[in-house]
Design a protein. Sequence first.
Length: 677
Amino acid sequence: MTNFKRTLVTTALPYANGPVHIGHLAGVYVPADIYVRYLRLKGEDVLLIGGSDEHGVPITLKARNEGVTPQDIVDKYHGIIKKSFEDFGISFDIYSRTSNETHFETASGFFKTLYDKGEFIEKESEQYYDEEAGQFLADRYITGTCPHCHKEGAYGDQCESCGTSLNATDLIQPKSTISGSIPVRKATKHWYLPLDKHESFLRQWILEDHKEWKSNVYGQCKSWIDLGLQPRAVSRDLNWGVPVPVEGAEGKVLYVWFDAPIGYISATRELTPDWEKYWKDPETRLLHFIGKDNIVFHCIVFPSMLKAEGSYNLPDNVPANEFLNLEGDKISTSRNWAVWLHEYLTEFKDKQDVLRYVLTANAPETKDNDFTWKDFQARNNNELVAILGNFVNRSLVLTQKYYEGVVPTPGPFDTFDTETLNSIGTFVDKTEEALKNFKFREAIKEAMNLARLGNKYLADTEPWKLIKTDAERVKTIMYISLQITANLAILMEPFLPFSAQKLRTMLNMGQVDWQQCGQKEVLKPGHTIHEASLLFQKIEDAEIQEQLDKLQQSKKDNQAAAKTATPAKENITFDEFTKMDIRTGTILEAEKVAKTKKLLQLKIDTGMDQRTVVSGIAEFFQPEDLIGRQVSIMVNLAPRKIKGIESQGMILMAEDADGKLVFVSPASPVKNGSEIK
RNA sequence: GCCGAGGUAGCUCAGCUGGUUAGAGCGCAUGAUUCAUAAUCAUGAGGUCGGCGGUUCAAGCCCGCCUCUCGGUACCA
């Protein structure tokens, strides 16, 4: 590995349309903060960069819904997010935002450079345009009927009902959410970053030169590259974002995915005039801490941008984490299934370190993990309180009791003393080794082992007994206990900064650095320490129950929301209704369409003929169970080829709240071909 | 379907390029102990390493097939 002189750590920019939750913290910010605090303690030159991602369509939509400006939205959430990070001790050198001036300048300059170098391709395409509002419509600004599940109110990019991702042009009866008018298709010009052009470079750089990346990251990249990379639009028609800085681009802004990672650069520029040293000097190590949803951007897209620009470093590693679930379910902002950081701190005041600890000890490093309140309580009570807090307390209380807070002068060390003192260094080394490899779960475990060592040492030497018979020996024992305690005060700093600081205050330690860590004498004999207070408090069952009840309430609210039917569609005339020819029919044959997940190929006796229908119901029915079943079929729907099979009609299904499909059939058997009207 | 990541003790996870009786923490049981927030310390019970087959003197680790979970992708008239 190259010997780097300094490190630049970036953390994924949280999207400023909502607060941050434990998933963000566990996946990105806590590990990044631990890593950076560790390097700082070692005296290394390191920067931790963060900021809010404030552009993009969802923010404009939210603003519209709430009747405020997009700036109002991002101001609000940027404030909340920034404060949450401060409160949890995420030690950013700068936490910036993409709506500020430096960023506009940086992003726009970056685009201009690539533009001038001819790194983009220009393409014209047809997009929906709202004539009343006089603007192009982003996919999210269009609603209509989902072509798949036929639910109304699907967005142009995704149907929230069936979860399918869509193209706006596929929506049935599209409608602009801005003016309510029916949008028209209109040609528009955009710039694209030809990722395919960078494929051979990416192959070499990732698949050959960075085999050491985490397996989830490496595999994901390989998957994307092998699937074939496509040119990606870097601009779009929108009025919220960084304007495209070329002529003829009025009403166009940089696509949010393009401007967001440039936010890392902008923030660094804002922080220091020396920013280029951190971004362009090959002796700087660039690290991106992100969640797994961001792997493709940070390993493929952003590096391609940097490479195309030419003067920037590429990331040396991208330690992406998987996702954190909450009590067995995916964390979801819209379903309010989350533990919000700003709420946590009002309910568990001053317990930042507890959450940091639990999220680190149970971090989703290799696979998705589950956060449960019961585990949270257990780790607090059985580990932080019982092992770490208790050892520190024992050590300090005994010192006060026997020596009024003065570190005693030790006598000769016996074998066990020496072994114990040596072990301190061993645990420190193991912690450090894990940290270097981004194995934070293992690192915090090894750090805790130092506290275990302390407890064992006290249990084995029993100073409270010896004090009556061999007071001299007790001095040595307490001296060693205090050295372990002092080491903990340093070793825990990256993980539990608040508690470590509190401990250092108790120990009257002052400034520390990593070099002291692992040493046998951190506190000199004669040094006076302060009164002890508890580092951690037990968490009672009632507090945990309160949190569980709160989540239960979210679940109830969601179920209630799911029960309300979607509003009726616009009226149609009787003539329009009679155009639809719906009949009863019987399924004669059914088989799964090869190489698909959802498709069944059905042969239906419609009374008039036997015809083939392809239907997306395979997830809910076994083909053999369908034979002989009577169904409703729309017979005059224009035929369409699906997976090479011509589908002549459509089976009518009802969709339940959970997305399950149910046949709409005659209540008792009728002649095939009977009209449904 | 295809691609990727996972499936190891009740729970959360380690297991390097295949090599003696498969590990840790928590939980559980028993014992010791009382300086300490009834905390601690020791000992122990728990595993056909998702399933089946193969390669090998030897497989949790390699190969094939199957199965389950998560993510990406195709498909949903």
